[in-house]
Design a protein around this ligand. Structure first.
Ligand code: JS2
Length: 302
């Protein structure tokens, strides 16, 4: 009886050991197969390496923050949903080829973020970014695109996405030389077009007389804004050609490039005027160079 029981147990132990061995072997095979398959699987899709710098870090926080600052402090009577504006901004470029962004991608954002602008109070500019904004900050009565919500939110930022990811690409973005239809260039083209279409009454323009051609038809001003001014709304374009104080001008109101601009504007039935070195703007330049002859304010001796 006892012998029978022990042989029964021995048999049971043998079966148990056999079962455990089979399970271990099967487990080893499964692990081995998983390792092989994992090795064969495509590596995670690497984001393409572009020549331009990646998206600005904390892009969402910056865009959201600037939107709230603009709609709560700069222009408090503006009612805009900044969370929706961020989502619409992001949807324009994420998961898309950053060399194939279209104007339609940004159309929902342009409509969402657009707001009315006052007539006779706008300043367009070309190759005079720093002076134009120094002037409008002091003068306080003219608005550039960068003083509107669309311009204020995005100025100085970089952003792009990738077809293989639903996230913003912070590693690299296409340099504008790599492709023209990148997210940043198309944004500014659309924002400038939207702004130009809204301009009304007298529009002021600040151009650079210290470069060979103060007006360039390939610039955003020359290729987008000039052509989207509505002659039914804009009746006069006042040009200021500003040259660097203390230097000889390279271009002026009498130059060929301004003549080209004049014919385009008059061809749209908009009246055109041009002034070299508008005095109020020149005084802003003088703040940095008070000793220049042009900056001597004539004093009446008593
Ligand atoms: C890339 C940017 C930024 O009339 C002006 C403005 O309304 C502007 O938006 O468009 C005109 C200036 O463009 P333009 O004539 O090509 O002159 P520019 O001196 O070469 O200025 C180019 C940049 C204009 C658009 N833009 N582009 N990244 O952060 C940025 N900020 C602005 N305003």
């Amino acid at each position: 009886m006892v012998r029978e029981r022990s042989s029964h147990w021995n048999q049971k132990c043998r079966c148990l050991l056999l079962g455990l061995t089979v399970i271990l072997i099967l487990g080893a095979v499964v692990v081995f197969a998983a390792v092989i398959l994992a090795g064969r699987r495509d590596p995670p899709a690497e984001l393409p390496q572009w020549k331009g710098r990646g998206s600005t870090a904390n892009l969402e926080e910056i865009i959201l923050g600037r939107c709230f600052i603009y709609t709560r402090i700069v222009n408090p009577e503006l009612r805009k949903d900044c969370l929706k504006i961020w989502e619409t901004f992001k949807n324009a470029f994420v998961s898309k080829n950053p060399c194939n962004i279209t104007e339609q991608d940004y159309q929902p954002l342009m409509e969402l973020a657009a707001h009315p602008i006052q007539c006779n109070k706008t300043l367009l500019w070309s190759k005079t970014n720093e002076l134009a904004h120094k002037y409008t900050k002091v003068q306080g009565n003219l608005l550039t695109l960068e003083d509107t919500l669309l311009g204020y939110m995005a100025d100085g930022l970089t952003w792009c996405g990738s077809p293989s990811s639903s996230e913003t690409n912070y590693q690299s973005c296409p340099h504008w030389r790599e492709c023209a239809n990148n997210p940043v260039s198309i944004y500014w083209k659309m924002a400038s077009k939207t702004f130009a279409e809204a301009v009304c009454g007298v529009v002021h323009v600040m151009l650079n007389g210290s470069i060979n051609h103060a007006f360039g038809n390939s610039s955003i001003f020359g290729s987008v804004e000039v052509h989207h001014l509505n002659p039914k709304k804009v009746h006069l374009m006042k040009i200021w050609v500003m040259h660097n104080i203390g230097e000889q001008p390279s271009d002026s109101c009498s130059g060929s490039s301004i003549k080209e601009l004049k014919s385009i504007i008059e061809g749209k039935n908009i009246t055109f005027s041009c002034e070299d070195d508008h005095r109020a703007v020149q005084l802003i330049q003088c703040v940095g160079q008070p000793e220049e002859p042009a900056c001597r304010v004539c004093r009446t001796e008593f």
